[in-house]
Ligand binder design. Structure first.
Ligand code: ZN
Length: 282
């Protein structure tokens, strides 16, 4: 997998917006020399990675062959918007995300409205979480139906906090359907609230009950961000998960792992504060 300097100059002259990752290693595959990046005007980075083709990685957009027949995959990285498709002029189309306070209120209400079904509850216990950790984690079940009704139930709960329908429609995962009804996006499955260091729920990750499969039958997206960027709503932002800890305070030792659910399980089993980094795969 190498290419000559001559090839590289041909590539860059064809697609002038792409810059070679010269100084840094590629944030997706950690190698240097071949992958490229594009920075959007609002400071986000789209990576064209030539080595890692992982559709389960948050920020993954697509894999395709370039004109030279080489496989390349596209990812948004660095707190970038998830699942935003660039419009023909290269700028992603998206709705401005609601404030952290609004997202937190909406996701708490969503978790309350949805509840957790017996099957998902049992699966979390089987992974090693205790009942208290399941409750504290505010895990929920996103069903396949009644999406409009459920979104309205959330609106009803957050209205008295001064949140309007327009605010709620800017929370990733909520969107307005063609018929004007508010609804919830995403595949049905387990909803995992993602909390920041301040304990605010700033995002949700879905573990679909029936993940999409590629033509070869391989699972695509075992975990997905709860986002409505594909439905004209706001995009989720990849972020680390800091599971709720009893007696929060400065901790001298924390562990890092990949994935929100893995972090919650590791923290529960060991008592050591564990942060789940985006890049969830398993
Ligand atoms: Zn790469």
């Amino acid at each position: 997998m190498s290419t000559t300097a001559g090839d590289q100059s041909l590539v860059s002259s064809r697609t002038q917006q792409w810059d070679k990752l010269r100084k840094d290693d590629c944030p997706v595959c950690s190698r240097s020399g071949w992958c490229r990046e594009k920075r959007t005007s609002d400071g986000r980075r789209l990576i064209e990675c030539m080595h890692t083709h992982d559709s389960t990685r948050p920020g993954f957009m697509k894999t395709k062959q370039n004109r030279d027949g080489q496989e390349c995959s596209y990812y948004w990285v660095d707190g970038a918007a998830i699942g935003v498709k660039p419009s023909p002029n290269g700028k992603p189309k998206t709705v401005e995300r609601a404030s952290p306070k609004t997202c937190h209120a909406a996701y708490l209400a969503l978790s309350e409205v949805l509840g957790l079904n017996a099957q998902h509850h049992a699966a979390l216990i089987a992974r090693g979480l205790g009942d208290e950790a399941v409750t504290a984690g505010r895990f929920a079940t996103l069903p396949g139906d009644r999406r409009g009704e459920l979104a309205l139930a959330v609106l009803k709960l957050v209205k008295n906090q001064g949140i309007t329908p327009e605010d709620l429609l800017r929370v990733p995962g909520f969107f307005r359907r063609g018929d004007g009804m508010m609804a919830l996006a995403g595949r049905s499955g387990l909803l995992i609230p993602v909390t920041g260091a301040d304990g605010m729920v700033l995002g949700m990750v879905i573990r679909p009950d029936h993940p999409a499969l590629d033509p070869a039958g391989k699972v695509l997206g075992k975990y997905q961000w709860f986002t409505s960027s594909g439905r004209g709503g706001a995009a989720a932002v990849a972020m680390a998960h800091v599971p709720p800890v009893a007696g929060r305070g400065p901790h001298e030792v924390v562990r890092l792992t990949e994935g929100a659910l893995k972090a919650a399980v590791a923290q529960h089993k060991t008592g050591m504060p564990t942060i789940g980094l985006p890049g969830v795969g398993t």
